[in-house]
Design a protein around this ligand. Structure first.
Ligand SMILES: Nc1ncnc2c1ncn2[C@@H]1O[C@H](COP(=O)(O)OP(=O)(O)OP(=O)(O)O)[C@@H](O)[C@H]1O
Length: 233
């Protein structure tokens, strides 16, 4: 079943055309890599699909609903309740501890303090970083910070996780370990994952790969091999 769909999505920033008519379907539960060279529009597509940006033309549907016509208030509510987001730099709140950071999305969604704290500790444990629960981001390694960011993105058990170069700031060994965990947890929960990356090693963790070039889907077949690697279903 298709959970997310972009149809002829166009988006420009002033005179820069970032997306020039992108059509893709994302199936429920799939891990889809969006790849392509720097500046081809990957992040812009992710932002349009996540309801962060509104396309200039075309349609974005989530579960059959036209997301692009919703108000910012409704889209932001959807992001809080159904979506998880993960960026290259975890964007943890510097003043909060790891456990407080992970609990934050639950508190915003109205979960009680104690329950949120317990869930946060559980997720830190699943990501192998329970020992830094009371540390602040400045006291953690880059890998630990990104594991906390993954815990924070998954704590609400989102239906879709949007990950933009999630391991871009990590060395290759740390990155492999983290991606392995991320994919395992996503599969366990049947979370759909949209993984934006320019790195073929990262794309190899996906079930399928869609390549962009100059704001359109690259139909040349280039880059279609990486996702057929050993990490697929
Ligand atoms: N906020 C912005 N204002 C102006 N131009 C932008 C903005 N964001 C992106 N662009 C431009 O839109 C185009 C697509 O950018 P986008 O970030 O979507 O590409 P990308 O494939 O994710 O790149 P990268 O891999 O380098 O992150 C680029 O030409 C970029 O310079």
């Amino acid at each position: 079943m298709t959970i997310l769909r972009a149809r002829g999505v166009v988006k420009s920033y002033g005179r820069t055309a970032a997306l020039r008519g992108v059509t893709i379907d994302v199936a429920e539960g799939e891990i889809l890599a969006v790849t392509g060279p720097s500046g081809c529009g990957k992040s812009t597509l992710l932002h349009c699909l996540a309801g962060i940006l509104r396309p200039d033309a075309g349609e974005v549907t989530y579960g059959g609903h036209r997301l692009d016509t919703w108000s910012e208030r409704m889209r932001s509510r959807l992001r809080r309740t159904e979506f998880g987001v993960l960026f290259q730099f975890g964007q943890l709140v510097a003043e909060l501890t790891a456990a407080e950071n992970v609990a934050l999305p639950l508190l915003l969604a109205g979960t009680g303090r104690r329950e949120a704290r317990t869930a946060a500790e559980g997720w830190l444990d699943r990501l192998g970083v329970a020992d830094v629960a009371d540390a602040r981001p400045g006291e953690m390694s880059g890998g630990q910070q990104q594991r906390c960011a993954v815990a924070r993105a998954l704590v609400t058990e989102p239906r879709v996780l949007f990950a933009d170069e999630p391991t871009g700031a990590l060395d290759s060994r740390t990155s492999e370990a983290l991606l392995g965990e991320l994919v395992r947890l996503a599969r366990e929960q049947r979370t759909t994952v949209l993984l934006v990356t320019h790195d073929v090693q990262v794309a190899a963790y996906a079930d399928r790969e869609v390549s962009l070039r100059d704001g359109v889907v690259d139909a040349s077949g280039l880059g279609l091999t990486a996702a057929q690697g050993r990490h697929g279903r």
